[in-house]
Design a protein around this ligand. Structure first.
Ligand code: S3P
Length: 433
Protein backbone atom coordinates (compact mmCIF):
# COMPACT_ATOMS: atom_id res chain seq x y z
CA UNK A 1 0.00 0.00 0.00
CA UNK A 2 1.46 3.36 -0.99
CA UNK A 3 1.49 6.08 1.64
CA UNK A 4 -1.29 8.67 1.50
CA UNK A 5 -0.81 12.36 0.90
CA UNK A 6 -2.10 15.24 2.96
CA UNK A 7 -3.73 17.97 0.86
CA UNK A 8 -3.46 21.24 2.72
CA UNK A 9 -6.06 23.98 2.25
CA UNK A 10 -4.86 26.72 -0.13
CA UNK A 11 -6.14 30.28 0.03
CA UNK A 12 -4.98 31.26 -3.46
CA UNK A 13 -4.26 29.40 -6.69
CA UNK A 14 -2.53 31.17 -9.53
CA UNK A 15 -0.80 30.07 -12.70
CA UNK A 16 -0.94 28.48 -16.12
CA UNK A 17 -1.41 24.74 -16.59
CA UNK A 18 -1.12 22.74 -19.80
CA UNK A 19 -3.51 20.02 -18.73
CA UNK A 20 -3.01 16.38 -19.75
CA UNK A 21 -3.79 15.53 -23.37
CA UNK A 22 -7.27 14.32 -24.25
CA UNK A 23 -7.66 10.65 -23.36
CA UNK A 24 -10.51 9.90 -25.78
CA UNK A 25 -8.74 11.54 -28.72
CA UNK A 26 -5.39 9.87 -27.90
CA UNK A 27 -6.98 6.39 -27.91
CA UNK A 28 -8.65 7.07 -31.23
CA UNK A 29 -5.54 8.55 -32.84
CA UNK A 30 -3.55 5.42 -31.96
CA UNK A 31 -6.29 3.03 -33.09
CA UNK A 32 -7.13 4.81 -36.35
CA UNK A 33 -3.41 5.34 -37.03
CA UNK A 34 -2.90 1.60 -36.62
CA UNK A 35 -5.82 0.87 -38.97
CA UNK A 36 -4.77 3.43 -41.62
CA UNK A 37 -2.53 2.90 -44.62
CA UNK A 38 0.64 4.99 -44.42
CA UNK A 39 2.18 7.07 -41.69
CA UNK A 40 0.32 8.67 -38.78
CA UNK A 41 2.09 11.17 -36.56
CA UNK A 42 0.51 11.98 -33.24
CA UNK A 43 1.73 14.90 -31.18
CA UNK A 44 0.75 15.57 -27.57
CA UNK A 45 -0.37 11.94 -27.15
CA UNK A 46 -1.54 11.24 -23.59
CA UNK A 47 1.03 9.04 -21.88
CA UNK A 48 -1.42 8.09 -19.11
CA UNK A 49 -1.78 4.39 -18.33
CA UNK A 50 -5.03 3.98 -20.29
CA UNK A 51 -3.58 5.19 -23.57
CA UNK A 52 -0.36 3.23 -23.01
CA UNK A 53 -2.61 0.16 -22.74
CA UNK A 54 -3.99 0.93 -26.20
CA UNK A 55 -0.44 1.23 -27.60
CA UNK A 56 0.58 -2.03 -25.94
CA UNK A 57 -2.43 -3.84 -27.44
CA UNK A 58 -1.61 -2.46 -30.89
CA UNK A 59 1.95 -3.74 -30.52
CA UNK A 60 0.68 -7.21 -29.61
CA UNK A 61 -1.49 -7.05 -32.75
CA UNK A 62 1.62 -6.42 -34.89
CA UNK A 63 1.23 -2.66 -35.45
CA UNK A 64 4.63 -0.96 -35.83
CA UNK A 65 5.20 2.39 -34.11
CA UNK A 66 7.84 4.45 -32.39
CA UNK A 67 7.31 6.54 -29.31
CA UNK A 68 9.31 9.47 -28.05
CA UNK A 69 7.48 10.79 -25.01
CA UNK A 70 4.22 12.23 -26.26
CA UNK A 71 5.18 11.93 -29.95
CA UNK A 72 4.08 8.75 -31.72
CA UNK A 73 4.88 7.64 -35.30
CA UNK A 74 2.80 4.78 -36.59
CA UNK A 75 3.63 3.02 -39.85
CA UNK A 76 0.96 0.63 -41.07
CA UNK A 77 -0.18 -1.15 -44.22
CA UNK A 78 -3.73 -1.06 -42.89
CA UNK A 79 -5.91 -3.04 -40.52
CA UNK A 80 -5.91 -6.13 -42.76
CA UNK A 81 -2.25 -6.57 -41.83
CA UNK A 82 -2.91 -6.89 -38.11
CA UNK A 83 -1.66 -10.23 -36.72
CA UNK A 84 -3.37 -12.74 -34.50
CA UNK A 85 -1.97 -11.86 -31.04
CA UNK A 86 0.24 -14.52 -29.44
CA UNK A 87 -0.79 -13.40 -25.99
CA UNK A 88 -3.75 -11.91 -24.14
CA UNK A 89 -4.49 -8.24 -24.85
CA UNK A 90 -4.28 -6.38 -21.52
CA UNK A 91 -6.39 -3.21 -21.41
CA UNK A 92 -5.60 -2.40 -17.76
CA UNK A 93 -8.26 0.02 -16.44
CA UNK A 94 -9.33 1.23 -19.89
CA UNK A 95 -12.93 0.70 -20.98
CA UNK A 96 -12.30 2.66 -24.17
CA UNK A 97 -9.47 0.31 -25.21
CA UNK A 98 -11.63 -2.74 -24.49
CA UNK A 99 -14.78 -1.62 -26.27
CA UNK A 100 -13.25 0.10 -29.30
CA UNK A 101 -10.79 -2.74 -29.91
CA UNK A 102 -13.63 -5.28 -29.78
CA UNK A 103 -15.26 -3.28 -32.57
CA UNK A 104 -12.13 -3.39 -34.74
CA UNK A 105 -11.37 -7.05 -33.99
CA UNK A 106 -14.92 -8.07 -34.91
CA UNK A 107 -13.84 -7.64 -38.53
CA UNK A 108 -10.43 -9.37 -38.19
CA UNK A 109 -10.16 -13.00 -39.34
CA UNK A 110 -8.48 -14.33 -36.17
CA UNK A 111 -9.07 -14.81 -32.46
CA UNK A 112 -7.99 -12.51 -29.67
CA UNK A 113 -8.58 -12.57 -25.92
CA UNK A 114 -8.94 -9.30 -24.02
CA UNK A 115 -8.90 -8.70 -20.30
CA UNK A 116 -8.11 -5.95 -17.82
CA UNK A 117 -7.96 -5.09 -14.12
CA UNK A 118 -10.62 -5.94 -11.52
CA UNK A 119 -12.67 -2.85 -12.41
CA UNK A 120 -12.69 -3.70 -16.14
CA UNK A 121 -13.64 -7.32 -15.39
CA UNK A 122 -16.79 -6.09 -13.63
CA UNK A 123 -17.88 -3.51 -16.23
CA UNK A 124 -20.75 -4.35 -18.61
CA UNK A 125 -19.61 -5.54 -22.03
CA UNK A 126 -22.94 -6.88 -23.31
CA UNK A 127 -23.64 -3.44 -24.75
CA UNK A 128 -20.89 -4.10 -27.32
CA UNK A 129 -20.78 -7.89 -27.50
CA UNK A 130 -24.52 -8.27 -28.28
CA UNK A 131 -24.58 -5.95 -31.34
CA UNK A 132 -21.20 -7.21 -32.58
CA UNK A 133 -22.56 -10.76 -32.44
CA UNK A 134 -25.57 -9.61 -34.46
CA UNK A 135 -23.12 -8.37 -37.09
CA UNK A 136 -21.49 -11.81 -37.20
CA UNK A 137 -18.62 -11.82 -34.67
CA UNK A 138 -18.18 -14.81 -32.35
CA UNK A 139 -17.57 -13.80 -28.77
CA UNK A 140 -17.06 -16.02 -25.74
CA UNK A 141 -16.48 -15.02 -22.15
CA UNK A 142 -17.78 -15.02 -18.60
CA UNK A 143 -21.56 -14.73 -18.07
CA UNK A 144 -22.43 -15.61 -21.68
CA UNK A 145 -19.77 -13.33 -23.06
CA UNK A 146 -20.83 -10.20 -21.23
CA UNK A 147 -17.86 -9.79 -18.86
CA UNK A 148 -14.12 -9.83 -19.54
CA UNK A 149 -12.00 -11.83 -20.13
CA UNK A 150 -13.55 -12.05 -23.61
CA UNK A 151 -12.39 -13.96 -26.67
CA UNK A 152 -13.47 -12.61 -30.01
CA UNK A 153 -13.18 -14.42 -33.35
CA UNK A 154 -13.85 -11.97 -36.10
CA UNK A 155 -14.54 -12.30 -39.79
CA UNK A 156 -16.91 -11.07 -42.46
CA UNK A 157 -19.54 -8.86 -40.83
CA UNK A 158 -22.96 -7.75 -41.99
CA UNK A 159 -23.97 -4.10 -41.52
CA UNK A 160 -26.97 -3.42 -39.26
CA UNK A 161 -29.11 -0.49 -38.11
CA UNK A 162 -28.76 -0.11 -34.35
CA UNK A 163 -30.73 1.99 -31.87
CA UNK A 164 -28.88 1.96 -28.57
CA UNK A 165 -30.52 2.47 -25.18
CA UNK A 166 -27.82 4.50 -23.43
CA UNK A 167 -25.87 7.31 -25.04
CA UNK A 168 -22.37 5.82 -25.17
CA UNK A 169 -19.48 6.93 -27.34
CA UNK A 170 -17.68 3.69 -26.63
CA UNK A 171 -20.55 1.58 -27.93
CA UNK A 172 -21.20 3.89 -30.88
CA UNK A 173 -17.50 3.90 -31.79
CA UNK A 174 -17.16 0.11 -31.52
CA UNK A 175 -20.10 -0.34 -33.91
CA UNK A 176 -18.85 2.28 -36.38
CA UNK A 177 -15.38 0.68 -36.40
CA UNK A 178 -16.97 -2.73 -37.02
CA UNK A 179 -19.22 -1.16 -39.68
CA UNK A 180 -16.16 0.11 -41.52
CA UNK A 181 -15.34 -3.47 -42.44
CA UNK A 182 -18.89 -4.87 -42.72
CA UNK A 183 -21.00 -5.45 -45.84
CA UNK A 184 -23.47 -2.66 -46.52
CA UNK A 185 -24.48 0.10 -44.14
CA UNK A 186 -24.12 0.21 -40.37
CA UNK A 187 -25.90 2.94 -38.45
CA UNK A 188 -26.14 3.86 -34.78
CA UNK A 189 -28.91 6.01 -33.30
CA UNK A 190 -28.45 7.21 -29.72
CA UNK A 191 -30.98 8.63 -27.22
CA UNK A 192 -28.76 11.74 -26.75
CA UNK A 193 -25.56 12.69 -28.47
CA UNK A 194 -22.38 11.30 -26.93
CA UNK A 195 -18.85 12.53 -27.73
CA UNK A 196 -18.18 12.43 -31.47
CA UNK A 197 -14.37 12.19 -31.64
CA UNK A 198 -14.47 8.93 -33.61
CA UNK A 199 -16.71 10.45 -36.28
CA UNK A 200 -14.60 13.62 -36.56
CA UNK A 201 -11.34 11.71 -36.75
CA UNK A 202 -12.61 9.14 -39.25
CA UNK A 203 -13.55 12.04 -41.52
CA UNK A 204 -10.01 13.40 -41.13
CA UNK A 205 -8.65 9.96 -42.10
CA UNK A 206 -10.71 10.12 -45.31
CA UNK A 207 -13.78 8.07 -44.38
CA UNK A 208 -17.17 9.44 -45.47
CA UNK A 209 -19.91 9.33 -42.82
CA UNK A 210 -23.54 10.36 -42.86
CA UNK A 211 -24.30 12.31 -39.68
CA UNK A 212 -27.15 13.97 -37.85
CA UNK A 213 -27.01 14.85 -34.14
CA UNK A 214 -28.17 11.48 -32.89
CA UNK A 215 -27.49 9.15 -35.83
CA UNK A 216 -24.34 8.18 -37.66
CA UNK A 217 -24.15 5.84 -40.66
CA UNK A 218 -21.12 4.31 -42.37
CA UNK A 219 -20.67 2.24 -45.53
CA UNK A 220 -18.35 -0.76 -45.28
CA UNK A 221 -15.14 -0.84 -47.28
CA UNK A 222 -13.62 2.63 -46.84
CA UNK A 223 -9.82 2.81 -46.53
CA UNK A 224 -8.21 5.05 -43.89
CA UNK A 225 -5.18 7.13 -44.84
CA UNK A 226 -2.53 8.07 -42.27
CA UNK A 227 -2.72 11.61 -40.87
CA UNK A 228 -1.04 14.08 -38.53
CA UNK A 229 -3.03 14.41 -35.32
CA UNK A 230 -2.40 17.07 -32.69
CA UNK A 231 -4.23 16.11 -29.50
CA UNK A 232 -5.72 19.04 -27.50
CA UNK A 233 -5.77 19.20 -23.69
CA UNK A 234 -8.51 17.10 -22.08
CA UNK A 235 -11.51 19.09 -20.89
CA UNK A 236 -12.19 16.28 -18.39
CA UNK A 237 -8.77 17.03 -16.84
CA UNK A 238 -9.28 20.79 -17.16
CA UNK A 239 -12.53 20.39 -15.18
CA UNK A 240 -10.59 19.91 -11.92
CA UNK A 241 -8.94 23.30 -12.41
CA UNK A 242 -12.18 24.96 -13.50
CA UNK A 243 -13.75 23.95 -10.21
CA UNK A 244 -10.63 24.72 -8.15
CA UNK A 245 -10.30 28.17 -9.75
CA UNK A 246 -13.98 28.88 -9.11
CA UNK A 247 -13.93 27.81 -5.45
CA UNK A 248 -10.55 29.32 -4.53
CA UNK A 249 -10.48 32.44 -2.37
CA UNK A 250 -8.29 34.34 -4.82
CA UNK A 251 -6.18 33.93 -7.97
CA UNK A 252 -6.65 32.96 -11.58
CA UNK A 253 -5.93 29.78 -13.54
CA UNK A 254 -5.17 29.81 -17.26
CA UNK A 255 -5.53 26.58 -19.23
CA UNK A 256 -4.15 26.80 -22.79
CA UNK A 257 -5.31 24.59 -25.67
CA UNK A 258 -8.15 22.69 -24.04
CA UNK A 259 -10.43 20.73 -26.36
CA UNK A 260 -13.85 22.40 -26.55
CA UNK A 261 -15.68 19.96 -28.80
CA UNK A 262 -19.37 20.78 -28.08
CA UNK A 263 -20.10 17.14 -27.18
CA UNK A 264 -17.70 17.55 -24.24
CA UNK A 265 -18.33 21.07 -22.92
CA UNK A 266 -21.26 20.31 -20.60
CA UNK A 267 -19.00 21.05 -17.63
CA UNK A 268 -18.43 24.64 -18.81
CA UNK A 269 -22.17 25.12 -19.38
CA UNK A 270 -23.05 23.70 -15.95
CA UNK A 271 -20.40 25.72 -14.10
CA UNK A 272 -21.46 28.93 -15.86
CA UNK A 273 -25.05 28.21 -14.90
CA UNK A 274 -23.79 27.89 -11.30
CA UNK A 275 -22.26 31.36 -11.65
CA UNK A 276 -18.65 30.49 -12.57
CA UNK A 277 -16.40 33.02 -14.27
CA UNK A 278 -14.87 31.09 -17.18
CA UNK A 279 -13.69 32.81 -20.35
CA UNK A 280 -12.49 31.39 -23.66
CA UNK A 281 -9.78 32.91 -25.87
CA UNK A 282 -7.39 31.86 -28.70
CA UNK A 283 -10.00 29.62 -30.20
CA UNK A 284 -8.75 27.50 -33.13
CA UNK A 285 -9.66 24.30 -34.90
CA UNK A 286 -6.97 21.75 -35.71
CA UNK A 287 -7.80 18.39 -37.26
CA UNK A 288 -11.55 18.86 -36.93
CA UNK A 289 -11.32 19.37 -33.13
CA UNK A 290 -11.85 22.89 -31.69
CA UNK A 291 -9.67 24.10 -28.81
CA UNK A 292 -9.25 27.29 -26.77
CA UNK A 293 -7.53 28.82 -23.77
CA UNK A 294 -9.82 28.73 -20.74
CA UNK A 295 -9.38 31.21 -17.89
CA UNK A 296 -11.16 30.78 -14.58
CA UNK A 297 -11.44 33.18 -11.65
CA UNK A 298 -13.13 32.79 -8.25
CA UNK A 299 -16.91 33.22 -8.19
CA UNK A 300 -19.79 32.60 -5.86
CA UNK A 301 -21.51 29.41 -7.03
CA UNK A 302 -25.17 28.48 -6.62
CA UNK A 303 -26.76 25.04 -6.83
CA UNK A 304 -28.41 23.82 -10.05
CA UNK A 305 -30.11 20.75 -11.46
CA UNK A 306 -27.97 18.68 -13.85
CA UNK A 307 -30.16 16.25 -15.81
CA UNK A 308 -31.31 15.12 -19.25
CA UNK A 309 -29.42 15.63 -22.50
CA UNK A 310 -26.47 17.41 -20.87
CA UNK A 311 -25.47 14.27 -18.94
CA UNK A 312 -23.44 12.56 -21.73
CA UNK A 313 -21.68 15.92 -22.30
CA UNK A 314 -20.33 15.96 -18.72
CA UNK A 315 -20.54 12.35 -17.54
CA UNK A 316 -16.87 12.09 -16.49
CA UNK A 317 -16.97 15.49 -14.77
CA UNK A 318 -19.78 14.65 -12.32
CA UNK A 319 -17.45 13.78 -9.39
CA UNK A 320 -15.78 17.19 -9.54
CA UNK A 321 -19.11 18.93 -10.22
CA UNK A 322 -20.39 17.26 -7.04
CA UNK A 323 -17.50 18.91 -5.16
CA UNK A 324 -18.60 22.24 -6.66
CA UNK A 325 -22.18 21.49 -5.56
CA UNK A 326 -21.04 20.95 -1.95
CA UNK A 327 -19.67 24.51 -1.84
CA UNK A 328 -22.45 26.15 -3.84
CA UNK A 329 -25.31 28.01 -2.23
CA UNK A 330 -28.50 25.94 -2.22
CA UNK A 331 -29.17 22.50 -3.62
CA UNK A 332 -27.51 20.70 -6.51
CA UNK A 333 -29.39 17.76 -7.97
CA UNK A 334 -27.83 15.30 -10.43
CA UNK A 335 -30.33 13.02 -12.21
CA UNK A 336 -30.46 10.74 -15.28
CA UNK A 337 -26.88 9.67 -14.57
CA UNK A 338 -27.30 5.95 -13.73
CA UNK A 339 -24.36 5.31 -16.09
CA UNK A 340 -22.15 6.54 -13.24
CA UNK A 341 -22.77 3.18 -11.58
CA UNK A 342 -20.81 1.34 -14.29
CA UNK A 343 -17.78 3.60 -14.56
CA UNK A 344 -14.34 2.83 -13.05
CA UNK A 345 -16.20 2.56 -9.72
CA UNK A 346 -19.92 2.90 -8.92
CA UNK A 347 -19.45 6.66 -8.82
CA UNK A 348 -22.87 7.38 -7.32
CA UNK A 349 -21.82 5.35 -4.26
CA UNK A 350 -18.19 6.47 -4.17
CA UNK A 351 -18.98 10.17 -4.72
CA UNK A 352 -21.57 10.08 -1.95
CA UNK A 353 -19.45 8.17 0.57
CA UNK A 354 -16.33 10.19 -0.27
CA UNK A 355 -17.98 13.57 0.15
CA UNK A 356 -19.94 12.56 3.27
CA UNK A 357 -16.60 11.62 4.88
CA UNK A 358 -15.40 15.17 4.20
CA UNK A 359 -18.42 16.65 5.98
CA UNK A 360 -20.71 17.30 2.99
CA UNK A 361 -24.47 16.83 3.03
CA UNK A 362 -25.06 14.58 0.04
CA UNK A 363 -27.47 11.68 -0.50
CA UNK A 364 -27.45 8.90 -3.04
CA UNK A 365 -30.33 8.53 -5.52
CA UNK A 366 -30.84 5.65 -7.99
CA UNK A 367 -29.70 7.79 -10.92
CA UNK A 368 -27.65 10.52 -9.27
CA UNK A 369 -27.19 12.47 -6.04
CA UNK A 370 -28.85 15.27 -4.07
CA UNK A 371 -26.50 17.80 -2.49
CA UNK A 372 -27.26 20.50 0.07
CA UNK A 373 -24.43 22.99 -0.46
CA UNK A 374 -22.92 25.29 2.12
CA UNK A 375 -20.12 27.77 2.69
CA UNK A 376 -17.65 25.19 4.05
CA UNK A 377 -16.40 21.67 3.46
CA UNK A 378 -14.76 20.37 6.62
CA UNK A 379 -12.17 17.95 5.21
CA UNK A 380 -10.97 14.62 6.63
CA UNK A 381 -10.00 11.21 5.28
CA UNK A 382 -10.63 10.31 1.63
CA UNK A 383 -9.95 7.23 -0.50
CA UNK A 384 -9.73 7.13 -4.28
CA UNK A 385 -10.79 3.45 -4.46
CA UNK A 386 -8.57 3.07 -7.53
CA UNK A 387 -10.64 5.61 -9.49
CA UNK A 388 -8.55 8.34 -11.16
CA UNK A 389 -11.32 10.92 -11.24
CA UNK A 390 -12.04 10.50 -7.53
CA UNK A 391 -8.33 10.87 -6.69
CA UNK A 392 -8.31 14.24 -8.47
CA UNK A 393 -11.72 15.39 -7.18
CA UNK A 394 -10.68 14.70 -3.55
CA UNK A 395 -7.43 16.62 -4.11
CA UNK A 396 -9.44 19.68 -5.17
CA UNK A 397 -11.81 19.12 -2.24
CA UNK A 398 -8.81 19.16 0.12
CA UNK A 399 -7.50 22.44 -1.30
CA UNK A 400 -10.83 24.18 -0.75
CA UNK A 401 -11.64 22.51 2.61
CA UNK A 402 -11.20 23.92 6.11
CA UNK A 403 -8.83 21.32 7.55
CA UNK A 404 -7.42 19.58 4.47
CA UNK A 405 -7.77 16.02 3.20
CA UNK A 406 -5.70 12.93 3.93
CA UNK A 407 -5.93 11.08 0.63
CA UNK A 408 -5.20 7.42 0.01
CA UNK A 409 -4.64 6.40 -3.58
CA UNK A 410 -3.65 9.60 -5.39
CA UNK A 411 -1.51 7.43 -7.72
CA UNK A 412 -4.74 6.35 -9.50
CA UNK A 413 -4.65 9.77 -11.24
CA UNK A 414 -1.94 8.40 -13.55
CA UNK A 415 -4.63 6.63 -15.60
CA UNK A 416 -5.56 9.93 -17.25
CA UNK A 417 -3.27 12.61 -15.74
CA UNK A 418 0.20 11.43 -14.68
CA UNK A 419 1.39 14.96 -13.75
CA UNK A 420 -1.74 16.07 -11.93
CA UNK A 421 -0.17 16.51 -8.50
CA UNK A 422 2.85 18.37 -9.91
CA UNK A 423 0.49 20.76 -11.76
CA UNK A 424 -1.58 21.35 -8.63
CA UNK A 425 1.54 22.05 -6.56
CA UNK A 426 2.69 24.59 -9.16
CA UNK A 427 -0.54 26.59 -8.74
CA UNK A 428 -0.36 26.58 -4.98
CA UNK A 429 3.41 27.21 -4.73
CA UNK A 430 3.43 30.20 -7.06
CA UNK A 431 1.37 32.09 -4.53
CA UNK A 432 3.12 30.94 -1.40
CA UNK A 433 0.47 28.53 -0.32
C1 S3P B 1 -15.32 7.58 -23.53
C2 S3P B 1 -16.69 7.60 -23.44
C3 S3P B 1 -17.42 7.69 -22.18
C4 S3P B 1 -16.54 8.19 -21.04
C5 S3P B 1 -15.21 7.49 -21.03
C6 S3P B 1 -14.47 7.71 -22.34
C7 S3P B 1 -14.71 7.46 -24.86
O1 S3P B 1 -17.92 6.44 -21.82
O2 S3P B 1 -17.18 8.01 -19.81
O3 S3P B 1 -14.41 7.99 -19.97
O4 S3P B 1 -13.50 7.76 -25.01
O5 S3P B 1 -15.40 7.06 -25.80
P1 S3P B 1 -19.30 5.87 -22.48
O6 S3P B 1 -19.17 5.99 -23.92
O7 S3P B 1 -19.39 4.44 -22.02
O8 S3P B 1 -20.38 6.70 -21.89
Amino acid sequence: MLAGVYIQPAAKVRGTVRVAADKSISHRAALLGGMAKGETRISNFLTGQDCLSTLQCLKTLGVRFEQNGSEIWIQSEGVQDWQEPEDILQVGNSGTTMRLLLGVLAGSPFSATLTGDASIRSRPMRRVTAPLREMGAKILGRRQGTLAPLTISGGQLQGREFTIEVASAQVKSALILAGLRAKGTTSVTEPAQSRDHTERMLQEFGVPLERTDQRVAIQGGAVLHGQNVRVPGDISSAAFFLVLGSLAGAGEIVLPEVGINPTRTGVIDALRQMGADITESNREEIGNEPRATLTVRPAKLRGIEIAGEIIPRLIDELPILAVAGCLAEGETVIRDAAELRVKETDRIKTMTAGLQALGARIEERPDGVHIWGGPRLTGGQAAAWGDHRLAMAWTVAGLVSQTGVSLQGLEAAAVSYPDFYRDIQGLVASDGG
